[in-house]
Design a protein around this ligand. Structure first.
Ligand code: ZN
Ligand code: ZN
Length: 276
């Protein structure tokens, strides 16, 4: 078993603590591999992405840690990148070894406003009402078609929290995952994922922050990944060194219970399948 995460945030973006605190925690929790994935800078003002001015320091710090801990743990430098009209392609920037591609918001072409998808419940309500006139099907289509466009135009190594739009949907407040349109959108997206050789992450971050009770994506989506031979990877999307393996044992057990026994990770500088 190779314990790893490729999804983590720190004081460089919207997480807490220095990068080194994550490595110290990873060593006490017996990780073999740790990846940093600060939110890449975006071209508008936010309080959650890494400022462009910090990019160099981020790269230098991860490089320093890589060297310092090379006999104890493998460290990789990545970014969680947002896909939106006019976004920067970070995939081949110097020092970047992998990207996790995400859609956290949609651009409202009429107003030029960015509509958050993974914020608070109130923010989701606002996005649905003002961006989509309360048409949840239109929101599904807009979200998943943005993911598909990302996969076709700028495929990342890993797709972030594929069904993050269910973040505020506990008790089916906004929709039912059995909804035909929802399922079609998810499955259409998995088709593109399988063609682009992208990894679907199993993300426990929504649980550690108290939004959802199961990892992203839902079990039925993971079963479809299994059937389509789409590789998965378990990530904690942690924003604090203490939560880097939050819900890991449970996530591994869920995966094994549906017949997924391996994950695809960067290991010894190669993408390879390792057992769970
Ligand atoms: Zn994210
Ligand atoms: Zn994240």
């Amino acid at each position: 078993m190779t314990k790893s995460t490729f999804h983590s945030h720190s004081r460089f973006d919207d997480g807490q603590e220095e990068l080194e605190a994550y490595i110290e925690s990873a060593l006490t929790k017996n990780f073999q591999v740790f990846g940093f994935s600060a939110h890449a800078p975006v071209n508008f003002e936010t309080d959650w992405t890494m400022p462009l001015e910090s990019f160099e320091e981020y790269i230098d710090t991860t490089k320093f840690l890589k060297e310092k801990y090379k006999d104890k743990i493998e460290i990789y430098t990545g970014l969680e990148t947002d896909y939106y009209p006019g976004c920067t392609d970070w995939r081949r920037k110097k020092g970047i070894e992998y990207t996790i591609g995400a859609v956290h918001f949609l651009l409202d072409e009429q107003t030029g406003k960015y509509l958050p998808l993974d914020g608070t419940r109130e923010e989701f309500e606002e996005t649905l009402e003002y961006g989509f006139r309360n048409d949840i099907h239109a929101l599904f289509k807009a979200y998943f078609s943005q993911i598909r466009e990302m996969l076709m135009k700028m495929p990342p190594n890993i797709v972030a929290h594929l069904d993050v739009i269910r973040k505020n949907n506990s008790g089916n407040t906004f929709f039912d995952e059995d909804d035909k349109v929802y399922r079609e959108e998810v499955l259409k997206t998995l088709d593109i994922i399988s063609l682009t050789n992208t990894i679907v992450e199993v993300n426990t971050g929504g649980i550690s922050r108290g939004y959802v009770s199961t990892p992203y994506p839902s079990i039925w989506v993971l079963e479809a990944c299994r059937d389509m031979d789409i590789p998965i990877m378990v990530n904690s999307d942690s924003h604090h060194p203490d939560s880097i393996d939050f819900y890991y044992d449970e996530a591994y057990a869920i995966l094994k219970s549906i017949g997924i026994n391996k994950q695809r990770i960067l290991y010894k500088n190669e993408w390879c399948d390792v057992s769970l």
